[in-house]
Write a protein that binds this ligand. Structure first.
Ligand code: PRX
Length: 637
């Protein structure tokens, strides 16, 4: 249970949709739709698949559960995301509509019409082909938050290759592990990225990662910062130089994909050090993300959508890149961090670009809230229509601040619960659902979720339990790349008898059946909404010569949700010091990335372990939080 906040405090606080919202909302029949979908989820998804997407060839079967839990959706159908996100729009009046507005940290601004984006994607798709990338190959993308990142993703998908985007905040070992696991022969990167006025040396990190994982044959480098980088002849190529060659022709055929062909892999943290590459498919994923965005945010043709995540996370994949383009929206993307270089940068951007829908994480809201109410008050935020949040439970205080200071008490707050594994929203309100601060409210139409006990029986109202999904939904990951057994073991074994998916989260439902997410039950820590496995940080620590053993836990933090606290047993002859603590922090930063750096490291002589040798992190945590330690019968004597 890893939340810093008491989310139960506000259960009686209910916000009814305003009359203005009720009168203006497009999907005013959502509740009936949801009711129908409860009875017949397949018909609901079938309708969405037909209404929202174009198929090259129609599917023969909506859902195939003949090989549980490797479920299939829309089998026999042929589709490509790029056909739906770009090709079809450039043939329509949307050709000249803005697809993407981008602002750099230094204020530079770029816009892409659907036509321009389509052109760039065609060109880069041809570049990838010229580098030998074929249908079914994997391409690792490791970039800053620049328009070329979605361009590289779309270009990969266009030719039927599989992208594996690695968040630009990860470092050498994390990148090497992911390249290695995906066996990517091609990596797309930047010379560097901008973060808070400083450059991050992405290309240097790629070079080091390749030295650790020599599967890579070609690296395409976008010039972003202009810093000095080492270009290896015949391996490394500048994007702009390739784009000037005849190989980068302006047209590339889009590859029709089988609905169940892999579309992308996205790595996320689990209970072991090895990252899990969740594999998403070409058909069901698109249906799920398009339908959820459309209903939850009641999207309209003239909306300006800002999902303030990074395209390198699932939030960015689904709701910066793919769903908004499928729906033909105009998206905004900002290169920098919230509140940089000044506290009202975001609010200035909302005003400047007339953002209507803003979707972000509680940690960003808490960070901006810290600067005070005066910053948003300087700006005209009246374009905003609907707000959203994702990634961790939102504490009621942050919810209210967001509601009053940003939404001016007129904008519903759409608290979306979902995961890398689910591909799209699972539990979420739409603007017509009454809201309770801190609750993601109700399962989306066509999603059957519940909170259950270990034996599978449903919990009583307000009883903590396991958050499960009782019937698969189209967007859920199909497997873990290269490790189907781990997929079964991780998600489908806890409730094997019932055939349910276990999310790894604990939650409770209240008397109105509203869901309240409590937090992760496994060894995953959410730091500033980012998901980290304790094992990843621990293996980085023990890779330092001074550390013999390490254990990490998440400790509640007012701003970041949780921070990491590490315990280290040092190798014989080494003694703990402040400078060693700093050195170990720098080491974790170098190996995994800045998000994984422990807030504090304690040097200890022993760690609590079970008799079979497993570290009992739960005991370390109980001690820090001053909580009862619970059952210690398996503790080593
Ligand atoms: O613990 C839940 C939390 O984030 C986890 C999934 O993390 P990740 O795969 O990185 O995806 C994040 C973006 C979808 C979940 O298991 N989580 C996500 N959304 C919420 C949440 N916790 C509470 N409320 C949410 N709205």
């Amino acid at each position: 249970m890893s939340t810093a906040f008491d989310t139960t405090a506000s259960k009686s606080e209910v916000y009814q949709p305003s009359r203005e919202i009720l009168e203006s909302v497009q999907a005013s029949d959502y509740l009936e739709l949801r009711e129908e979908a409860l009875q017949d989820p397949l018909s609901f998804w079938d309708r969405q698949a037909k209404e929202l997407l174009d198929w090259y060839e129609p599917y023969q079967q909506i859902f195939d559960d003949s090989n549980r839990p490797f479920f299939k959706w829309f089998t026999g159908g042929k589709i490509n995301v790029v056909h739906n996100a770009l090709d079809r729009h450039v043939k329509s009046w949307r050709k000249n509509k803005l697809a993407l507005i981008w602002e750099a940290e230094d204020g530079e601004q770029r816009t892409y019409s659907y036509f321009k984006l389509w052109k760039e994607v065609n060109r880069f798709a041809n570049i990838l082909k010229s580098m030998g990338v074929k249908k079914g190959d994997t391409v690792t993308i490791y970039m800053g938050r620049v328009p070329e990142m979605p361009i590289a993703m779309l270009a990969t998908a266009k030719i039927g290759a599989i992208h594996s985007v690695v968040y630009g905040g990860f470092s050498e070992q994390a990148l090497a592990d992911r390249i290695d696991d995906a066996k990517s022969k091609v990596v797309v990167t930047c010379d560097g990225s901008w973060l808070r006025g400083k450059t991050v040396n992405l290309k240097d990190i790629v070079d080091e990662a390749i030295a650790r994982s020599p599967v890579v044959q070609r690296v395409i480098v976008l010039k972003r910062t202009g810093q000095e980088v080492n270009m290896v002849p015949d391996r490394d190529f500048w994007w702009h130089e390739l784009a000037a060659l005849p190989i980068a022709g302006p047209y590339c055929e889009t590859e029709p994909m089988d609905a169940e062909d892999p579309m992308f892999i996205l790595y996320t943290s689990g209970t072991t050090g090895k990252p899990k590459g969740l594999m998403h498919s070409c058909g069901g994923y698109l249906v799920h993300i398009a339908a959820t965005l459309k209903y939850a945010f009641d999207t309209r043709e003239d909306d300006r959508w800002w999902c303030a995540a990074d395209p390198g996370w699932i939030t960015g994949h689904s709701y910066i890149v793919y769903a908004p383009l499928i729906l033909g929206l105009t998206s905004f993307m900002y290169e920098g961090a919230p509140g940089y270089p000044y506290p009202d940068r975001w609010w200035q951007q909302v005003e400047k670009y007339g953002i209507t829908l803003l979707y972000t994480a509680p940690t960003a809201i808490r960070g901006l809230m810290r600067f005070g109410d005066a910053w948003p008050a300087r700006h005209d935020l009246s374009s905003l229509r609907i707000l959203g949040t994702v990634g961790e439970p939102i504490n009621p205080e942050a919810w209210r601040w967001y509601n009053v200071n940003i939404g001016k008490e007129r904008c519903p707050i759409i608290d979306t619960w979902w995961q890398t594994e689910t591909g799209g929203f699972m539990i979420t309100p739409t603007p017509i659902i009454p809201l309770k601060p801190g609750s993601a409210t109700l399962p989306f139409a066509g999603v059957e979720a519940d909170v259950v006990r270990e034996d599978g029986s449903s919990c009583n109202p307000d009883e903590d339990g396991y958050l499960v999904i009782k019937h698969p939904v189209p967007g859920m990951a199909r497997t873990i790349w290269g490790d189907p057994d781990r997929f079964v073991q991780t998600y489908w074994s806890d409730f094997e008898k019932q055939g349910w998916y276990f999310s790894g989260d604990s939650a409770r439902k209240d008397e109105d059946n509203y869901f309240w997410i409590i937090g992760r039950m496994d060894d995953v820590i959410k730091v500033s909404g980012y998901r980290l496995g304790t094992a990843e940080v621990e293996s980085a620590l023990v890779s330092h010569h001074a550390v013999a053993e390490a254990a990490c836990i998440g400790v509640p933090d007012e701003l970041r949700g949780n921070v990491i606290r590490a315990y280290c047993i040092l190798t014989a002859g080494v003694s703990g010091s402040e400078s060693l603590e700093d050195e170990l922090k720098a080491h974790v930063r170098h190996e995994v990335g800045p998000i994984a750096v422990p807030a504090s490291i304690e040097f200890v002589d022993s760690l609590p372990k079970t008799r079979s040798g497993k570290i009992m992190r739960r005991l370390l945590k109980a001690k820090v939080l001053g909580q009862p330690v619970g059952d210690t019968s398996t503790l080593e004597a």
